[in-house]
Design a protein around this ligand. Sequence first.
Ligand SMILES: NC(=O)c1ccc[n+]([C@@H]2O[C@H](COP(=O)([O-])OP(=O)(O)OC[C@H]3O[C@@H](n4cnc5c(N)ncnc54)[C@H](OP(=O)(O)O)[C@@H]3O)[C@@H](O)[C@H]2O)c1
Length: 278
Amino acid sequence: MFAEKVILITGGSSGLGKALARRLLAQKARLVLLARDSGKLADARQELIGNGPPGAEIDTFPCNVADRRAVEKVFSDVADKAGPPDVLINSAGILREGYFECQTADTFREVMDINFFGTLYCIQAVLPYFKEKGGGKIVNICSVAGLTGVFGYTAYCASKHAVRGLTGSLRAELKHQNVSIHIVYPAEFESPMVDELNACRTEENRKVAGTIPILTADAVADEIISGLLKNRYEITPGVATRILTGFERVFPAFGRVVSDLQVRRIYKGPDHKKQQAD
Ligand SMILES: NC(=O)c1ccc[n+]([C@@H]2O[C@H](COP(=O)([O-])OP(=O)(O)OC[C@H]3O[C@@H](n4cnc5c(N)ncnc54)[C@H](OP(=O)(O)O)[C@@H]3O)[C@@H](O)[C@H]2O)c1
């Protein structure tokens, strides 16, 4: 399914994007990785090539997906160098956690710009190439935070809910253009994003997020590849995540009650944070 295909992964220098790259390279895909930091991209390329099959090909392009013009330019450069993409995986993303009153409108804008508009711009940029080729595949890495509200994730949840709405509507339109789109709802997994989060997250968020056992990025990537091979529209990695999100879809009040009970015992709130800072 992936052999000889040009697969473009945004956020391919780290975490889940890199774990997916490793698997797709083993299946002889021609990879293109996008991220902002060219040093991290070069390190990831070297690591992947070093552990990949003989003759593995990876191109890297520094690009901020929140910059629409830069995205358009980079997709044209990719088409010139590696060929037009067959598959686009939108994994680039950021997380800003904290009490709502400690998050400014700029925080919301930053998160929406990368998680939502970054995904949108890459899809807009790839579609003309898919049209030329007669089809293609898009994989949007969303989150359980795109299915439900989570304490401390007001900005992040808003961005991931937007990704879910976009993906659902696009699925209905693109199906008739031979473009398949897939959405992934991981719960928390080990990655540099979570290392950064763990350094400063609120206790309430830590408690609520801890309800679902944490996976490795490799385990999440394995389930994504397996879901894509089965042509699943929605891919929810991890048995516990599937059970809990499935239950919550039928009984939406369940998650709210559990989360409220968990937080009630330990709630500190934004005033406590402000006092600490003074
Ligand atoms: N880790 C989790 O627990 C978890 C759970 C559910 C969903 N997710 C989602 O999974 C995806 C991958 O997360 P991860 O944990 O693998 O994160 P990560 O290790 O921090 O990797 C994020 C990647 O995105 C790139 N990136 C960030 N902002 C970018 C921008 N503006 N333009 C281009 N590239 C950008 C980063 O590179 P540069 O910084 O160099 O640009 C990096 O390559 C994200 O969409 C995240 O929301 C993560």
